[in-house]
Design a binder for this molecule. Sequence first.
Ligand SMILES: *Cc1c(COP(=O)(O)O)cnc(C)c1O
Length: 409
Amino acid sequence: MAGSLTDALSPDVDTDLAHLERHVAPNYHPLPIVIAEAEGAWATDVHGRRYLDALAGYSALNFGHRHPDLIAAAKAQLDRLTLTARAFHNDQLGPFAQELAELSGLGSMLPMNTGAEGVETAIKLARRWGYRERGIADGEATIVVASENFHGRTTTIVSFSTDPSAREGFSPFTPGFRHVPFGDAQALEDAIDDTTAAVLLEPIQGEAGVIIPPDGYLTDVRRITEDRGVLFIADEIQSGLGRCGTTFACDREDVRPDVMILGKALGGGVLPISAVLADREIMDVFTPGSHGSTFGGNPLACAVARAVVALLATGEMQARGRTQGERLAAGLHAIDSPRVREVRTVGLWAGVELTDEVPARRVCERMLDLGVLAKDAHETTVRLAPPLTISDDEVDLLVRVVGEAITTA
Ligand SMILES: *Cc1c(COP(=O)(O)O)cnc(C)c1O
């Protein structure tokens, strides 16, 4: 490992950054670090400096970098079969679907690649279901969504974003979406009418800054959608797969949505895979030719995702989300600074909301100086989502660095 790192060492990181800035599209504003290697909760830059990773690939790395079980599954599968396309069956897809059904309690799965594709798939599912099963007039289907949502970056998905920077210059937008404030069950109920096919929500809003709805909200949404005969679609792409200290964020209220979207950690940080889950009766609105993806359900991604499901099947990762999350929450709440407006935590997921005095970006830059990777959400929130495998000492280090960065940024 040391050898390969030396090979990758750049003589001058500034040259690297200049190259990156010249040839890579400017749709991100990364912190000034060039990562070359990583293992567990730690990333190493091209100079050999190590950083605690408290972003974990926006929760795509819930099990840490290069978890041995996931790398072993990928390597074994690389030696057998990587792609068939869905013109044929492959021997990983069936077992993966069955194991995921067992984990989720939803019997049928449609595999895609990225989270946004999963959301697009769920939208198509809901619309077709609405026309066929609910008798919505042709072309009239609507989906109720929350303000401040984040569901991805396609043209249809940004059509129902409320974030101007995600939308500006990208019109015309896809119609058929209706907004309600997140956390307000009455507003959600009022927004449902004869055109409504589904309600689409993040159980916890990640990109908005780890926004946790009032207790009982998901239960209310479940009751309302059931009463009114519309689908409840939970986007668990960031909240699911252990992050909240439970397998899914909806488990916190024992709520079973009709449709669930998974992504990010489903590929274990090794490769992209997403999935839409639903009961068979709902999923059956898809017919051959109505939807698909060349790479969706490829055996390499399925083999890694099976190893992810196996990691979650024991409950150990979810338990770590709870215990390490409690430790993180206790530490963050103890930070005594007038610059902290609010600390929100669920499982091993935290949003530290700052006052206007200091931009969250500057705190993240200061944390980088101090050896911890994190990313701001909007201007005011430092979002923390370290790997579930993080140790006690590493949680304590993270808390110390957050505290120092907030004070000294
Ligand atoms: C990241 C994310 C998406 C989009 O996933 P991509 O893989 O980036 O397309 C959708 N919904 C939620 C809640 C997310 O956090």
